[in-house]
Design a protein around this ligand. Structure first.
Ligand code: ATP
Ligand code: MG
Length: 234
C-alpha cells in the first residue's frame, strides 16, 4: 500500500494513531501521502473505512480524493467539502435540532447584497456587490457578528469596499433580509450545523460515533467557521 511513497511520505502514512500534521511544499505529494495514509489505515484494519471523513475545500478536490482513494481500494471512505459534509449531517438530524427540514438556501444572494448596499448609500454596481458579498463572507467565516465588524475589520486592517460602519450596517441588513426570507446562505449552513451539534449532546455523540477519523487536505486554509465545525466533530 505505501510502496508508492518515498521514505518520508511512508513515515507520515504509517503514523495512523493520534494527530498528524503534514507540512511540505506545493506539489511535493501531500495529498498523495494522506490518501495512502487513509488507505493504509483501512487496509491494515486499524480504521474502519466508513468512519473516515476526509474534508477538502472544493468539490473538485473532494472528487479527486474520492477517485484516488478508490484506486487505492479504500472504498467507503467519505471525502467531501466542508459544506457537503455539513449539509449531509444537518439534513439527517434537522428534524431533531430544527424541528423540521433545513430552510432553503438564499435564492438571490446578489440581490440581497445589492439592496443592503443601496440602503447604506452605496451604488450597487457589480463590483461593489461582489466585494461587499466577499467582505460579509469574510466576517461570517471569521465568526464576526455585524455589531463587532467595525472594530474587528479595523484591527485586521481590511480593505473593505465601503467605510467599515457602512459595511457593518449593510451586513446587518443582509442578515435581516435573509432571515425574513427564512433562508440560509452557505456560511449559515456551517454555522447552524456547528451550533446544532454544540447544543444537542445526543446528536453530537451520534456524529462523533459515526466518524472517528478525520483528515483535512490543505488544513492551512481552514477558516474559523470551519475550525468551529472541526472542533465539534472532534
Ligand atoms: N513518492 C511519489 N512517487 C510517485 N509520484 C509521486 C510521489 N509523491 C508525489 N508524487 C506525484 O507528484 C504529484 C503531486 O502530488 P500531490 O498532488 O500529492 O502533491 P501536493 O503536495 O498535494 O500538491 P499541492 O500542493 O498541489 O496540493 C502527483 O502527480 C503525485 O502522484
Ligand atoms: Mg494537494
Amino acid at each position: 500500500m505505501i510502496a508508492g511513497l518515498d521514505q518520508e511520505q511512508q513515515r507520515a502514512a504509517q503514523a495512523v494513531r493520534g494527530p498528524v500534521c503534514i507540512l511540505a511544499g506545493a506539489g511535493t505529494g501531500k495529498t498523495r501521502t494522506i490518501t495512502h495514509r487513509i488507505a493504509h489505515a483501512v487496509a491494515s484494519g486499524q480504521v474502519v473505512a466508513g468512519q473516515v471523513l476526509a474534508v477538502t475545500f472544493t468539490a473538485r478536490a473532494a472528487g479527486e480524493l474520492r477517485s484516488r482513494l478508490r484506486q487505492l481500494g479504500a472504498d467507503g471512505v467519505s471525502a467531501r467539502t466542508f459544506h457537503a459534509a455539513a449539509l449531509a449531517q444537518l439534513k439527517y438530524f434537522a428534524p431533531r435540532v430544527l424541528g423540521g427540514p433545513i430552510p432553503p438556501l438564499v435564492e438571490n444572494k446578489a440581490r440581497l447584497v445589492a439592496a443592503a448596499a443601496s440602503a447604506v448609500g452605496g451604488h450597487p454596481d457589480r463590483a461593489l456587490v461582489r466585494d461587499l458579498a466577499g467582505e460579509i463572507e469574510w466576517a461570517k467565516t471569521s465568526l464576526i457578528a455585524p455589531e463587532d465588524y467595525r472594530e474587528r475589520a479595523a484591527a485586521a486592517d481590511r480593505h473593505a469596499p465601503l467605510e467599515f460602519a457602512k459595511v457593518a450596517s449593510a451586513y446587518a441588513r443582509y442578515e435581516q433580509a435573509k432571515s425574513d426570507q427564512g433562508a440560509l446562505d452557505f456560511e449559515d449552513l456551517l454555522l447552524v450545523t456547528a451550533y446544532s451539534l454544540e447544543s444537542h449532546r445526543d446528536v453530537c455523540d451520534e456524529v462523533r460515533a459515526r466518524y472517528r477519523y478525520f483528515v483535512v487536505d490543505e488544513y492551512q486554509d481552514v477558516n474559523p467557521l470551519q475550525q468551529r465545525l472541526l472542533d465539534v466533530w472532534l
